[in-house]
Design a protein around this ligand. Structure first.
Ligand SMILES: NC(=O)C1=CN([C@@H]2O[C@H](COP(=O)(O)OP(=O)(O)OC[C@H]3O[C@@H](n4cnc5c(N)ncnc54)[C@H](OP(=O)(O)O)[C@@H]3O)[C@@H](O)[C@H]2O)C=CC1
Ligand SMILES: O=C/C=C/c1ccc(O)c(O)c1
Ligand SMILES: [Zn+2]
Ligand SMILES: [Zn+2]
Length: 370
């Protein structure tokens, strides 16, 4: 379907958009739809920067529909509700994650696993029902069907809670559905970034033993002392890897780049499971022997349903679990993207949209209309 020009929508909003595969964003004026009967309008205050945003704007997945306005860790306040809206009121603290609609009638949708709907509409870079391309949370407002809106529980702050809307649910979901939420079990977390660091926190909240497997020796101290990991293994150190061989019930693999799976699969116990979460640009390298020997399972997991996302947020509130964030202004996003590409973030950049994305704050840079 050819994209319909988005300026047909009646409302204007400010946003940051990528226009090419350079990995950079710049201010833009976009349009948003009016608040429909089943919609809420949200003033966006914070938005996390997920590595998927970077994969997408660099066109690493070869599906970018420029201009791309990224952002699917959206937190803010409801400013308007449509006449059929039942769950929310003006002023409520809410969030929006990776999806903003699905078909609502297929088997996956009916079973409450709408994250697996083949007609899923992602928060950005996706064809919406009216043919326009969706724009994400690097923007001052958004209009979303209420079914795809998450309530922020008391005690979860909007800035540190925003990353839970993608990173949080993406790691919580496989823990819940693969039996990796049981006290005493040993879980490995590959990659200590946005997903990885919240995986450590959820696993500890479930009472598990957690080992981080990282390419970055400099993350050891923080992983163990601040995040609460029980052990830290540098993947390039054969002795360290050997010491934990065959000890893990499960591994969450959050690496954003391609890798050889051999040494990582060797860390699993017989019948252990590795769950792939990372979506690298290039294929992974794997030998059948790594799986067949020991009867191991290699699985994938994609985000989580709206029901599970709300459950995860409520669990986070109960356990005082939030992301470790570096709060940045809109003018720092391009530098943040460069640091994210190098694995330098501790551990999630969150854009302070409410305080730094306004026509006045962008006055020094031209804001082209789309
Ligand atoms: N399945 C799903 O539903 C979702 C998938 N994703 C995907 O998950 C991945 C991670 O996202 P996010 O946590 O935001 O990214 P981050 O960049 O924050 O973290 C990724 C981490 O991967 C590790 N890493 C990087 N390169 C390599 C490598 N060559 N070998 C091993 N480890 C490596 C680094 O950790 P260290 O320094 O510790 O080695 C890095 O910090 C992305 O590909 C993203 O697109 C994201 C959300 C949802
Ligand atoms: O950050 C989350 C992205 C998840 C995702 C999963 C599957 C897929 O095809 C995507 O384009 C994104
Ligand atoms: Zn994401
Ligand atoms: Zn569906």
């Amino acid at each position: 379907m050819a994209p319909v020009e988005a300026e047909q929508h009646p409302r204007t909003a400010l946003a940051l958009a990528a226009h090419d595969a350079s990995g950079r964003v710049s201010p833009i004026r976009i349009s948003r739809r009016d608040t429909g009967d089943d919609d809420v309008a949200i003033q966006i205050l914070y938005c996390g920067i997920c590595h998927s945003d970077l994969h997408t704007i660099k066109n690493e997945w070869k599906n970018a529909n420029y201009p791309v306005v990224p952002g699917h860790e959206i937190a803010g306040l409801i400013t308007e509700v449509g006449k059929n809206v039942k769950k929310f009121n003006v002023g409520d603290k809410v969030g929006v994650g990776c999806m903003v609609n699905t078909c609502q009638s297929c088997e996956s949708c009916e079973e409450g696993h709408e994250n697996h709907c083949s007609k899923i509409i992602f928060a950005y870079n996706s064809h919406d029902r009216d043919g326009t391309i969706t724009y994400g949370g690097y923007s001052d407002m958004v209009v979303v069907n209420e079914r795809f809106v998450i309530r922020f529980p008391d005690g979860v702050p909007l800035d540190k809670g925003a990353p839970l809307l993608c990173a949080g649910i993406t790691v919580y979901n496989p823990m819940k559905y693969h039996g990796l939420d049981e006290p005493g079990k040993h879980i490995g977390v590959v990659g200590l970034g946005g997903l990885g660091h919240v995986a450590v926190k959820f696993a500890k909240a479930f009472g598990m033993r957690v080992t981080v497997i990282s390419t970055s020796p400099e993350k050891r101290e923080e992983a163990m002392e601040t995040l609460g990991a029980d052990a830290f293994v540098v993947s390039s150190d054969a002795n360290q890897m050997k010491a934990v061989k065959g000890t893990m019930h499960g591994i969450l693999n959050t690496a954003s780049a391609s890798m050889s799976m051999y040494a990582y699969l060797a860390l699993l116990k017989p019948q252990g499971k590795m769950i792939l979460l990372g979506l690298p640009e290039k294929p992974l390298q794997i030998s059948a022997f790594s799986l067949v020997t020991g009867g191991k399972t290699l699985a994938g997991s994609c985000m989580g349903s709206i029901r599970d996302t709300q459950e995860m947020m409520d669990f986070a509130a109960k356990h005082g679990l939030v992301a470790d964030v570096e709060l940045i202004g809109t003018e720092e996003v391009n530098e943040a993207m460069e640091r994210l590409a190098k694995g330098e973030v501790r551990y999630r950049f969150v854009i302070d949209v409410g305080n730094t994305l306004s026509a006045a704050s962008l006055a020094s840079s031209p804001v082209p209309a789309l």
